[in-house]
Design a binder for this molecule. Sequence first.
Ligand code: NAD
Length: 472
Amino acid sequence: MNDLSKNYINGEWVAWSGETIDVHESGTGEAIARVPASGREEMERAVAAADAAFESWSESTLEQRIKVLEQLHAGLKERAPEIAETVCREVGMPIKLATAIQAGMPATVTKTYLKMLPDFPFNEQSGNSEVQYAPVGVVGCITPWNYPLHQVILKIVPAIAAGCTVVLKPSEIAPQSAYILADILDGTDLPKGVFNLVCGHGHTVGDTLIKHPDVRMVSFTGSTRTGHLIAHAAADDFKRIALEMGGKSASVVLPDADLAAAVKGTVNNCLLNSGQTCTALTRLLVPADKHDEACELASAAVAKMTPGNPLEETTRLGPLASGQQRDRVIDYIKLGIEEGATLVTGGPEAPEGCNPGGFFVRPTVFGNVKPDSRIAQEEIFGPVLCVIPYTDEAEAIRIANGTPYGLSGAVWSADGDRAKRVAGKLRTGQVFVNGGAFNPVAPFGGFGHSGIGREFGKWGLEEFLEIRSLQL
Ligand code: NAD
C-alpha cells in the first residue's frame, strides 16, 4: 500500500492524519494506495501559500521560469517508467500505451512550452501603446482521472510559465502521478508556494478552491456536471474559467471514403484507454447503404481488442478506472438494448478470462442507433461505439452537430477538399481529417457543453494571462 497521507503546501510535505481515500488497482480491484480526504482548512492554507508567493513569482524572469520547466522536463523523462506503471494500474490503460501517452505526453507538452517560451511576446506594440501580458494570479487547477498527469501538466506548465501560482486538486480516483509531479517540482528551483497540491473530495476541498476569493482563475478538466458548478461559482466574483469537459464526438464517413480505413481508425480511437477519453469518436456515422458492412468491419476490429491485464505488454484493451465507472458503462449497454439498438458485438456480461475483481467491460458496438436516443446523446466514457446510418451529407452534418457537446470529430472522404469542407461545418473544437495525426501544438478545447477556452500551445498559455495596455 502506497501511503500518501500528505499534501504539498508552501514547498513542504504536510502530513495528514485525518480520513483517507483508498485508490484501487483497476485490473484487480485491490486497494493500492491511500491519499488524504483533506479538510477545507488544508485548502485554505494552500491558497494562502499560493497567494503569498504570487507577488515575487509574477515578477520572476523568463530565464527563471524556463530553468524550472527544464528541470521538470528532465524529471518527467527520468521517472517516465514509474509514471507509466502508476497510471496503468490506476486507470487501466495498457502499459505500452501508458508509456507512450500517459508518461510520454507530459514530457512532450512541457517540451513544446520550453520551445515556445523564448519567443513568446509578453510585450507588444499597438500604435502608441505597449500591450503587456500579465499573469492572472492564483490559479486553482482541478483535474480528472482518465489522463491524470497529462491533464495536470496542460495546466500547471503554462500557468507557471505565465508567472501564476497554482493550487492543484487532482482526481481522488487516480492521484498518485500528481504526487510524483510534486516530488519532481520539490527538487527544482521553484520557489516555495508557487505550486501546491491538496488531495481530497470535490465537494469539500474542490468546492473551497473554486469559491475562494483569492483564487483568480479556475482551470478545470472533468465532467460537464462539475463544470456547471464551477461556472456558477466563478460568476459570483468574476473569476476567469477555462473548462475542458465531456464529448460525444462523431466520425463522419462520407460515401466515397475508404470504409475499412475509416471504421478501423474510428474503432481504435473510440477504444483508446477503454473509451475513457473525452475526445473519443463514439458515434460512427455511415451512409445507410453501407451500415451493415460498417458494423461487420467494426465487429472485426473490436474482436482484436480482447480485454486483459493492462500490465502485460501485449494487452491492447484494459479495464475501466473504477467499479463505479464500470457499472455506469454496463448500465448504458443495457439501456442501448432497451432502446432498440442492434447489439452487434459485446454486451453487459463480464468479459471472459479477466480477473473478476477488476473493472472490465466487454467492448461493445451498437448498430442502427437512433441519433436522438440516450446512448447516442450522452457521454458513456467506456468502450461503446454507436453506428448511426444517414441518408445524405446534410443529414450527416445535422446528426454530427445534434448533441449539446462539441469537442472533437472526424471526417473521412477520398476527396480531401470535400472532407475539409464538411469538417468546417462541424461545431467542434477539433476535427481529424482522413486520420490526421494528433498535434501537441494545436489548440484543444470544445464548443458548447464541451468547454470554454483552449489548452496546448500558445492558446494554452494565453488562458493564464491578463492584458494591460500602456498608452505612451
Ligand atoms: P468529475 O467532474 O467527476 O471530476 C473532475 C474533478 O472535479 C475531480 O478532481 C473531482 O474531485 C472534482 N470535483 C467534483 N465535484 C466537484 C465540486 N463540487 N467542486 C469542485 N471540484 C469538484 O469528472 P471525472 O469523472 O473525474 O472525469 C471524467 C470527465 O472528464 C468526463 O466527462 C470527460 O469527458 C471529462 N474530460 C474532459 C477532457 C477535456 O479535455 N475536454 C479531458 C479529460 C476528461
